[in-house]
Write a new protein. Structure first.
Lengths: 498, 526
């Protein structure tokens, strides 16, 4: 009996556990205890998320009335295939990084601030999971603020002074994004009188063509595009990723922008409805142009970066372009490509940033010059880097290929064969910037600290390799990822309206 | 042992070898022994598969689904069998050669060299046995990636630049052109399986077929059709065993093999012939044959001359496919094998000269035949085969290609073959002549000192392949039978080979279209 009661509470636990953990970390203020606590909680998260996803796949969507207040009046947590998949992604990434964090955080963050780091990490995790799980537009805003505020702190904890500027820049732009979102939600609330996603979806039909609803769509689109760093609203991202501590970068890069994409998907498909957004309004051409611009412009900028972390940050902007491209295609196959790339990009960027964190641990930075000859000194780390880099390029047998296949197929299916060429063409730019690192890391003689560098301890190597191996495993057997993504795309097209 | 197991072993042996090699890092003799055992094991396995294919079986493995429409699966058909036999046989010989070469030249990082070699062969087997385009593409890209460290083996600025060209051209063409072609094909046909007669019949307009053919021919950069051939001369910075086995056999043959495979099993020659939008293939391949030969004429560096010769010879296969006659496709398949064994001989000889005399330029090779008779005789045999003089293997491929060209009245192809034969003679025979009949220049003797033949493993290897070049001409039955059964699809699948057919490599038997039309063509050629 207790077990079924506990099962019923899974959606609440998914968010409340890390929130409570964050408070505990702050109260205890001992770095080892904080790490143990954070690790335990972050390991519990994927268990909960997977259990919920299994339930969703077998029984159907889970609806949880928070505090017993029935929707649409109270706050509803609702898990379906779309966000169930996202919850698994966020929580798994959050868990894999924790064993890695112990050494990396110890090396990169002042002793007296390490407990706070874990506190903020848990807050951020709670915020992201909350954004993903809630079915309440305003509650999503609250969680967005929780995750963003904690993210600003995580970034500012970087030992580089420029991290402070980066955090401040992100603070301002992130707040603008969130404000735009909440204005949009306010307009929708004024027109429909509800904040519940499902309820809103039903009521919006009557007022669909009204000006406030159109304005709300515009506000939410721009707000979320700022959060997900769609070119040209991406300016905060490269600085933030470069300045943040390695662990924070790896975690944020593989989760935060993905949640913003999810909210955008939710509003487009579940609330406004695909027909309204993509057929009545010119959202497709706008997103398409921005996405293609991101794929090329950001990749080209990445080629010229002297700091590898910054290079990968620009690469992230380019990769977000693939995801929004999948949305812009607005077909089941294209959307499947976008959603599967959410997952795939998290894997490869996680692996890349974690490999870089290993390098930073040994040589104290991520400048390309300083990485000369590192390939022979840290072969295991750099092998993981290369595997994840190949995924970024989209070599067959890696996850990147799976995404590219769906996106190209979606483009050809839509009759836009030129778009298929743009998709594969932009991946060639990844060959150049990954190739640059490979050349420096293997063909130059090591100097300075790089000459004495060795592979990092296993606690960092194993998590990095789990992600790198996952890049290949899910590339050779995409049944799970592509299958769930396809179901999620179908669910999105089906909409929330009964 | 089931046939599926055999395929699995053929794929696994090279990879397992590659994993075991680093374990013997500190014991070079053991390390090389592992390579030799691996190569030998693969050879035996492939020969066992060959036995079953000759008996009419078409062994297969899988498929395993990666995601909807994409499967990894293997299926041994005659063309893949030829390719696998060539690659695995020559790996054994090349391994012997490598030991002599790598030790003789004190090359660094030999362990990673052998590891990459093992993986390359695994990828080659994957390409040869692939049952669909996706599987082929997977191993095709793997082969590019794993040969990159071999090309850049020297680790200097030069090698790095060459590596850039190599990677960007091969990955670039395959991502930019081949991948969209595969996606498009998958979209049109709903499948990517290699199917006799093709999968595009009725699914694509003639114009689209022309576009797809363009994407395939240029997307398969490994086939080195001009102007995407630059990677091949660049790859010559690699140690000679790499140039010999990979850039004369495995990698480049993977390219033309893929082109042939796409023509036969994806488009289907009838579909291509009736579409009428692929005549340009004849022109670009013919142009490549002649242009590359002209460039080869002007190269003084021996390996570069050989590289351009390879570019030229590869386009024979593409042209043979573009002729779109069954008999010329037999020629394509035969030429894949014949050129492989001859060109590897030439590279072996070049490496032998480099190891013994430290000479890389043709102008320095005057009179070297007297010091290195084995090497230069082998070189001469390889050169004759390039020209297509009987009794060498090179004659066979040209013979079938010419037959197909007469049959379909593709006079351009006939002209190209005749002209290029002259050019081949013009850039190979002077080397042979000056090596044997010109006097050694005293200043060159000063440069490389008094030397004799190269180390024994090298001499053994090049002698074996030279013998192979002649043997393939004298005993072509199995090869031609396999090539033949590729084009008549089902006809040869059941039962044992027809003895009449084996006695007469030119015809297939009176009941097929090829046989009846090939006979007058033969007379005409004579």
């Amino acid at each position: 009996m207790i077990s079924t009661q506990l099962l019923d509470q899974l959606p609440a636990l998914q968010v409340c556990l890390p929130l409570a953990g964050a408070a505990l970390c702050a109260l205890i203020d001992r770095r080892y205890i904080a790490w143990v606590l954070t690790t335990l909680i972050s390991f519990a998260m994927p268990v909960i998320a997977v259990m919920m996803l299994i339930q969703v796949m077998t029984v159907g969507p889970i609806s949880y009335a928070f505090g017993g207040w029935e929707p649409p009046f109270g706050i509803e947590y609702r898990v379906d295939v779309v966000n169930g998949f996202l919850l698994v992604l966020i929580s798994v990434m959050g868990a894999i990084i924790m064993p890695y964090a112990l050494r990396s955080v110890a090396a990169e963050i002042a002793r007296n601030k390490q407990a706070w780091f874990y506190c903020m990490y848990l807050l951020c995790l709670a915020g992201l999971l909350g954004m993903a799980i809630t079915a309440d537009a305003f509650n999503a805003f609250v969680f967005m603020e929780i995750s963003s505020l904690s993210m600003y702190v995580l970034i500012a904890l970087g030992r580089d002074k420029r991290a402070l500027v980066a955090a401040y820049q992100y603070l301002i732009l992130g707040t603008i994004g969130a404000t735009l979102y909440v204005i949009g939600v306010g307009l929708l609330f004024a027109m429909t009188g509800t904040l519940n996603f499902g309820d809103m979806a039903e009521r919006i039909v009557a007022v669909e063509q009204s000006r406030p609803v159109l304005a709300a769509l515009a506000f939410i689109t721009v707000g979320m595009c700022l959060k997900l760093a769609l070119f040209p609203l991406h300016v905060w991202l490269p600085n933030a990723y470069t300045g943040a501590p390695s662990v924070a970068t790896a975690f944020i890069a593989s989760t935060a922008t993905k949640v913003a994409v999810y909210l955008l998907l939710r509003f487009y498909f579940s609330i406004f409805g695909a027909a309204f957004v993509f057929e009545d309004l010119p959202v497709t051409p706008i997103l398409l142009v921005m996405s293609v611009a991101a794929m090329f412009a950001a990749s080209i900028v990445a080629i010229f970066q002297g700091n590898v972390k910054r290079m990968l940050a620009y690469s992230s902007v380019a990769q977000m372009g693939y995801i929004t491209l999948g949305i812009a295609l607005a077909t089941p196959i294209g959307l499947t490509g976008g959603i599967v790339h959410l997952f795939n990009h998290a894997l490869m960027k996680g692996a890349l940033f974690m490999a870089l964190g290993c390098v930073a641990l040994r040589i104290g930075g991520c400048r390309l010059d300083a990485m000369a000859g590192i390939g022979r000194r840290m072969p295991i780390t750099m092998a993981a880097f290369v595997i994840a880099g190949l995924s970024l390029i989209g070599v067959p047998g890696t996850v990147g290929f799976v995404s590219k296949w769906y996106l190209a197929l979606g483009a050809i299916e839509a009759g836009w064969w030129w778009l298929a060429f743009l998709i594969v063409g932009s991946s060639l730019l990844a060959v150049v910037y990954i190739g640059r690192v490979v050349e420096v890391a293997w063909f130059r003689a090591p100097t300075g600290t790089a000459a004495e560098a060795t592979d990092p301890p296993l606690s960092m190597l194993i998590p990095t390799w789990i992600l790198a191996a996952a890049c290949i495993a899910f590339g050779l057997d995409a049944g799970f990822t592509a299958g769930v993504a396809a179901e999620a795309a179908d669910a999105l097209f089906a909409g929330l309206r009964q | 042992m089931t046939s599926s197991d055999l395929i699995l072993y053929a794929l696994a042996i090279p990879f397992v070898t590659a994993i075991l090699i680093p374990l013997a890092h500190r014991v070079p003799n053991l390390r090389e022994a592992i390579t030799l055992v691996g190569a030998g094991g693969l050879f035996v396995t492939v020969m066992m598969i060959l036995g079953r294919v000759l008996a009419g079986e078409r062994p297969s493995l899988g498929p395993v689904e990666v995601m909807p429409r994409l499967e990894i699966g293997f299926n041994v058909e005659p063309l893949g069998m030829i390719f696998a036999c060539v690659a695995s046989t020559l790996w054994v010989i090349n391994s012997i050669y490598s030991i002599g070469y790598m030790r003789g030249n004190n090359e660094p990082r030999q362990t990673s060299f052998y590891v990459c070699f093992g993986v390359s062969l695994g990828a080659t087997m994957g390409i040869a046995f692939s049952a669909n385009l996706f599987t082929l593409f997977l191993f095709y890209e793997l082969l590019t990636l794993v040969t990159y460290p071999l090309v850049t083996h020297k680790g200097n600025e030069n090698a790095m630049k060459a590596g850039r060209v190599y990677l960007m051209l091969l990955i670039g063409t395959s991502m930019l052109l081949l991948l969209p072609a595969i996606v498009w094909t998958g979209f049109l046909a709903g499948t990517l399986d290699f199917t006799p007669g093709g999968i595009l019949a009725g699914n694509a307009s003639p114009a689209l077929i022309g576009v797809l053919a363009f994407l395939f021919v240029y997307g398969i950069g490994k086939a080195a059709v001009m102007p995407v051939h630059f990677w091949l001369p660049a790859a010559m910075v690699a140690p000679t065993p790499v140039s010999a086995l990979l850039h004369a056999v495995a990698v480049v043959k993977a390219g033309v093999f893929t082109v042939t495979k796409v023509v036969v099993y994806i488009f289907g020659i009838d579909v291509l012939a009736s579409a009428g939008t692929v005549d340009w293939m004849l022109w670009v391949s013919g142009g490549t044959i002649l242009l590359a030969s002209l460039v080869a004429l002007r190269q003084d560096n021996l390996k570069r001359r050989l590289a351009f010769s390879t570019v030229s010879q590869l386009s024979y296969v593409v042209m043979a496919a573009a002729i779109l006659a069954p008999i010329s496709l037999v020629g394509a398949a035969v030429h894949i094998a014949a050129h492989a064994v001859s060109k590897i001989t030439l590279f072996f000889a070049a490496g032998s000269v480099y190891t013994a005399a430290h000479v890389t330029e043709i102008s320095q090779m005057k009179g070297i035949g007297r010091r290195m008779p084995w090497t230069m005789v082998a070189f001469a045999i390889g050169a004759l085969s390039m020209i297509g003089v009987p009794p060498t293997a090179g004659f066979l491929g040209k013979w079938f290609i010419l037959q197909g060209a007469y049959e379909t009245e593709k006079w351009i192809a006939v002209g190209v073959v005749i002209l290029s034969t002259g050019l081949n003679a013009a850039y190979f025979l002077p080397i042979v002549f000056s090596a044997f009949f010109e006097k050694e220049r005293p200043e060159h003797v000063g440069e490389h000192g008094d030397h004799g033949e190269a180390p024994l493993p090298i001499v053994i290897a090049l002698t074996l392949t030279a013998i192979g070049t002649v043997a393939l001409f004298l005993f072509p039955d199995t090869l031609v039978f396999l090539a033949q059964s590729m084009v008549d699809g089902g006809a040869m699948v059941e039962g044992v080979p027809d003895p009449d057919m084996l006695a007469d490599p030119g015809g297939v038997g009176s009941d097929t279209a090829v046989g009846t039309e090939a006979a007058p063509a033969e007379e005409e050629a004579q």
